[in-house]
Design a protein around this ligand. Structure first.
Ligand SMILES: [Zn+2]
Length: 228
């Protein structure tokens, strides 16, 4: 059985099972599917009441929900905080930015996601590497290695030996956000912890970093949902 919720603009799935003694509610983190498990004989009204009581919880879960977006022609993709449409054109021989916020691929490219990912990683490298090198001059330690990866749980890391790793997806975030992450990682060259003195240094080098931290915690999942 299902019923439609105009508030959430989707169907609520009710699974009736013999052995269930308590009502339970689930919101799928990937698809946003809402389902309720109930016993076979529970009146519908009890289920509706249970649903209504949990509306604010459902809404909170849905806001965290990561609906994957497959990178293909026609998709709007953020780069440095601005939206770009992915298009293709016979007149271009290699993937590039076009005016009017477009990323344009040659018509014959088969794997669009793969091509756009490669393009973004290269673009990320070209933008972030000079910034890292410029800022690292403020520190006494030398940067040994800079790598760009797609890490699931962190945005960057820095080893005591001076190896910096950044998530290349940060190129999708506004510049202030990735600059904050870079300053954060470089500051670990001085303080290998998140203590008071560490945050003081970050604040000196990147004032108002709190806004960028907040952006990442609120919107970071948005730039992780693209499937290339
Ligand atoms: Zn850190």
């Amino acid at each position: 059985m299902t019923f439609y919720s105009p508030e959430f603009d989707r169907y609520i799935h009710i699974n009736r099972k013999n052995k269930i003694s308590r009502l339970s509610l689930k919101v799928c983190r990937v698809t946003g599917k809402i389902s309720i498990n109930a016993s076979l004989y529970l009146p519908n009204l009890d289920i509706i009441n249970f649903f209504n009581k949990n509306r604010s919880w459902i809404s909170k879960q849905l806001s965290k929900c990561v609906v994957p977006k497959i990178v293909e022609k026609g998709l709007m993709l953020p780069v440095e905080g601005n939206c770009y449409e992915i298009v293709s054109n016979n007149n271009v021989s290699t993937i590039r930015f076009l005016e009017s916020n477009k990323i344009c691929l040659p018509k014959n490219i088969v794997n669009v996601g793969h091509a756009v990912q490669k393009f973004l990683i290269e673009y990320c490298r070209s933008i972030m590497t000079p910034f890292i090198i410029k800022k690292s001059n403020l520190f006494k330690k030398k940067i040994q290695k800079i790598s760009f990866k797609d890490t699931k749980s962190r945005w960057g890391s820095c080893s005591s030996k001076g190896s910096i790793m950044l998530n290349w997806r940060l190129i999708m975030a506004p510049p202030s956000v990735y600059k904050y992450v870079i300053i954060h990682e470089l500051s670990h060259l001085v303080h290998m912890n998140h203590g008071h003195r560490f945050w003081k240094l970050v604040g000196e080098l990147h004032p108002n970093y709190m806004y960028d931290r907040e952006w990442l915690s609120k919107n970071g999942h948005e730039i992780r949902k693209y499937i290339f």
